[in-house]
Design a protein around this ligand. Structure first.
Ligand code: ZN
Ligand code: ZN
Length: 359
């Protein structure tokens, strides 16, 4: 789907919401709607096609012209009030109240006398949650690249006792870059031994030791799109408790993946995996949601949690990532990216084996 097509989809949403235009200030929303990738911009998308514009500053004059040849470009700053000030008098202008700061809103208000401002959070985010074919392809390529990097790391003996968490994380990130990634999707979580019980552990100088569980949560960025995978290894032969823990999370992940279908409540998808863990008496050791949408942001709508709203929908890309963490001993998480499709099971874009790998 082209950027003009995406803006046309948004116009339908704007008309239904009674808005004459939307002020878009989230940079990923701007990128999604216009193709512009600079670090400062705001866009106005009008309910009638004539009023669209992109506002950025002088650093990006040439880039904006190249990336958005079909849009009116305004060079001015600060960009949000400058863009909003070009909306015709009398118009009702929506803004994303989940993004615009209090100070930003004050500046927009000063720049828009005679217009009505209205909160309109998440309108573009709602569109972004359902991916088009090019987006599925981009995330799929990022997932495949990340898969290759981890497979290469393991085959090269990179998960060796004595290497530190930081060394292994850097090695993995370096491999992703050499394979063509712009960079990691987020700071790699590489957690060995007792550290693997910390869901979002940051790599330290702790050396890997024989007998450790090693949890690796990582992703690649490619063409602006992200991947997000977690695998948990055992250095050497796994102890019974490690094998049982891994089998429990594996069963929960399978239940979560199987629950993904068009129209299923996000809370029901979360519950499908959570029930497996709760039934095993480990509910308190799974302290986070089942997963999240992924695309231009590594974490975006929809949110698959027990407190979430709405349903899973065909076209979404979501992670399924249950984990069980035993304080002071170790933890296991298994995470995949899945494409929700109509009338069938969700398709995994991550292809690494899920069984406990002893290396
Ligand atoms: Zn992850
Ligand atoms: Zn994730």
């Amino acid at each position: 789907m082209s950027h003009p097509d995406r803006r046309d989809r948004l116009r339908t949403v704007l008309r239904a919401a009674g808005l004459d235009a939307l002020l878009v200030t989230d940079l990923l929303d701007v990128r999604y709607l216009t193709g512009f990738t600079g670090s400062n911009a705001a866009a106005v998308i009008a309910a009638e096609p004539a009023g669209d514009l992109l506002c950025t500053d002088g650093r990006y004059r040439i880039q904006a012209g190249e990336q958005c040849p079909d849009l009116e470009i305004v060079i001015d700053r600060p960009s949000a009030p400058a863009a909003a000030g070009r909306v015709p008098a009398g118009a009702t202008l929506g803004y994303d109240s989940a993004v615009l700061t209090v100070d930003g809103l004050a500046a927009v208000r000063d720049a828009t006398p005679g217009r009505r401002l209205r909160r309109a959070p998440g309108l573009v985010g709602g569109l972004r949650a359902v991916k088009d074919a090019a987006e599925v392809d981009a995330v799929g390529r990022a997932c495949a690249l990340a898969d290759t990097a981890l497979r290469d790391l393991v085959e090269a003996g990179g998960l060796a006792p004595g290497r530190t968490e930081r060394e292994v994380a850097l090695d993995l990130e370096d491999r992703m870059r050499r394979l063509g990634a712009t960079g990691p999707s987020f700071e790699t979580i590489l957690a060995a031994g007792a550290n693997s019980a910390v869901p979002h552990h940051r790599p330290t100088d702790t050396p890997l030791r024989r007998g450790d569980l090693v949890k690796i949560d990582f992703g690649a960025t490619l063409d602006g799109y992200h991947s997000d995978t977690t695998r948990t290894f055992c250095l050497g032969t796994a102890a019974d408790w490690q094998r049982e823990l891994h089998a429990l999370v594996d069963a929960a992940a399978a239940a979560g993946r199987a629950a993904l279908a068009d129209g299923v409540a996000v809370t029901a998808a979360d519950a499908a995996a959570r029930d497996v863990i709760t039934d095993a008496g480990r509910g308190a050791d799974f302290p986070h949601g089942l997963g999240h949408g992924i695309g231009l942001a590594v974490h975006e709508a929809p949110w698959l949690t027990w407190t979430g709203n709405g349903t899973v929908a065909a076209g979404q890309l979501v992670t399924v990532e249950p984990g069980v963490y035993l304080d002071g001993r170790g933890g296991v998480r298994i995470e995949d990216v899945l494409h929700v499709v109509a009338g069938g099971p969700a398709v995994a874009l991550t292809a690494l084996p899920r069984e406990l790998l002893e290396v």
